[in-house]
Design a protein around this ligand. Structure first.
Ligand SMILES: Cc1cc2nc3c(=O)[nH]c(=O)nc-3n(C[C@H](O)[C@H](O)[C@H](O)COP(=O)(O)OP(=O)(O)OC[C@H]3O[C@@H](n4cnc5c(N)ncnc54)[C@H](O)[C@@H]3O)c2cc1C
Length: 481
């Protein structure tokens, strides 16, 4: 339902003429995130530059009972930053300033729309970096990373986003501005920062974030090992970790994706390999040397076809460019794909890889694999032709079977991308009714009106009827303005 002229006028007053998008062609850009399967147009897109504007928008929407959908860079893969019920999308990418770099306390405070890589670029000449590095780090926002609790290739050693967040400034669904956590390590009371990280905009809009900065390691070594089969590569992963080595990153690419990347990015991976492992070690130089030798020996024990150490920074960057642009390179293979994000215990990688081959064969589909093997975090890309509805149906079926196979092996319905609309229904596979109801009640504390990012993260209809439904407007439409 279109917004009333009075609401549009009030939004324009809050945001100024440059800060509101209402035309259909302007809003079209915001109808989906990178999971283009799910679409929903917002009635208006707000582009605030200040926290006060964000707060004023939420207060307005709460009074009008209008949905509010936060958006960072829109690179999410879960149907999170899109508006299934219309309402106001709040796009935070104009709030992209670094507010403070505090090296004495090894932290920085940034506005939520800051692009992830910009922070590392701002501190690298002083020997520091921001560790969470989703493969989208060149474009995704730190606010989006915090809201999805993003992982990334280096989270095997350094941890996921939540391990690097010290404090948050957030406008809750109540319209209150709250400050959670702060620069010091420990705070009395509940860990509300921890609760808010990963809440996918269902509690409120994160406007500023205080994050840890880490000292750059003395040495980095990137090793490429190729194998005839993905099962051999998977067994190597388990043995490296069992040997007590924690690489900074341990990434796997299968034969299908290797060839797509080589064609698209020219990364120079061995074209005839069945699987490639990218192993990155970092730390004190002497330790990195020893661990590099041990990893190479373990790869050879599993019949590696080739073990190659990047000679210099340029070769290392090229190996990573291939990995980080893998999803884009799949465009050479297929018009569309479904990207699954599930996780299995690392030791189950060989089983799930065999299971995946069976599922692909059963449905006559191509499945490309590129994933964070060190965490058991899988990203199969199920390729299909979007002009063939029957092929899409098979892809959807294969996707479901894959997810169930992961859960059957002790995994989880989502690895690192979050829940969004895509996985909300799947939470019932993992959580008991009482656990889900607890989460509904928690959500309601931050957002009693049910306006924040509706239909995301939790299934819409919990079995016990303790459903999370939008409340009536506090005032009838139009009476406030
Ligand atoms: C090529 C590619 C590679 C990727 N690799 C990884 C990876 O390695 N690891 C990983 O975890 N993810 C990965 N992703 C997924 C995605 O980049 C991450 O989920 C990222 O954290 C999303 O950030 P964003 O700024 O694009 O957020 P958006 O997509 O805009 O939003 C994501 C969710 O967070 C909410 N949100 C955004 N900003 C705020 C805010 N300020 N306050 C409250 N809620 C907010 C949105 O409503 C939405 O629910 C990848 C995506 C692509 C396209």
């Amino acid at each position: 339902m279109p917004l009333s002229p009075a609401v549009v006028k009030e939004l324009e007053r809050i945001l100024g003429p440059e800060g509101l998008v209402t035309t259909p062609e302007g809003r079209l850009v915001y109808e989906c995130d990178m999971h283009t399967f799910y679409k929903g147009m917002p009635d208006a897109v707000a582009l605030p530059t200040r926290t006060e504007q964000v707060q004023a928008i939420v207060v307005l929407c709460r009074r009008q009972c209008l949905p509010v959908v936060p958006r960072g860079s829109g690179t999410g893969l879960i149907g999170g930053a899109m508006a299934p019920r219309g309402g106001v999308m709040v796009s935070l990418n104009r709030m992209d300033q670094i507010l403070e770099i505090d090296l004495a306390n090894r932290c920085a405070t940034v506005q939520s729309g800051l692009i992830n890589l910009s922070l590392t670029r701002a501190v690298s000449d002083r020997g520091y970096f921001f560790a969470p590095d989703p493969s989208s780090q060149m474009v995704s926002s730190i606010g989006g990373n915090v809201s999805t609790n993003a992982g990334g290739p280096h989270c095997l050693k350094y941890g996921i986003t939540t391990n690097h967040v010290l404090g948050l400034e957030m406008v809750t669904g109540r319209g209150e501005l709250v400050h959670l956590g702060g620069k010091v390590m420990d705070h009395p009371g509940y860990d509300l920062t921890g609760v808010a990280v990963g809440s996918e905009g269902t509690f409120g809009l994160v406007t500023a974030i205080t994050v840890r900065l880490l000292h750059a390691p003395e040495a980095v070594k990137t090793v490429l090992a190729s194998f005839a089969t993905i099962v051999e590569a998977s067994e190597t992963v388990s043995d490296i970790i069992a040997a007590g080595i924690v690489p900074a990153a341990l990434e796997m690419l299968d034969a299908v994706i290797i060839r797509a990347i080589n064609a698209g990015v020219g990364a120079g991976y061995p074209d005839s390999a069945g699987a490639v492992l990218l192993i990155e070690l970092d730390g004190p130089r002497a330790e990195v040397e020893v661990q590099g030798e041990r990893c190479a020996a373990l790869c050879r024990r599993h019949r590696a076809l080739e073990v190659r150490v990047a000679r210099d920074e340029a070769e290392r960057a090229l190996l990573w460019k291939g990995r980080k642009e893998a999803a884009g390179a799949v465009g050479r293979l297929t018009s569309s794909y479904l990207l699954q994000d599930a996780v299995v215990p690392r030791s189950k990688l060989p089983q799930i890889m065999r299971e995946m081959e069976t599922i692909a064969a059963r449905h006559g589909l191509l499945i490309a694999n590129v994933f964070h093997a060190g965490d058991g975090n899988l990203h199969p890309l199920i390729c299909y032709d979007d002009r063939q509805p029957e092929e899409l149906a098979r892809a959807v079926q294969a996707n479901e079977e894959l997810l169930h196979a992961c859960i059957g092996l002790g995994g989880s319905v989502t690895g690192e991308h979050g829940v969004g609309v895509d996985k909300a229904k799947n939470l019932t596979l993992q959580y008991a009714e009482a656990d889900l109801n607890f989460m509904y009640r928690l959500r309601r504390v931050f957002d009693p009106g049910g306006i924040m990012n509706p239909e995301k993260l939790l299934p819409s209809h919990p079995a016990c009827g303790e459903g999370f439904r939008p409340s009536r407007p506090v005032l009838p439409t139009g009476s406030w303005i």
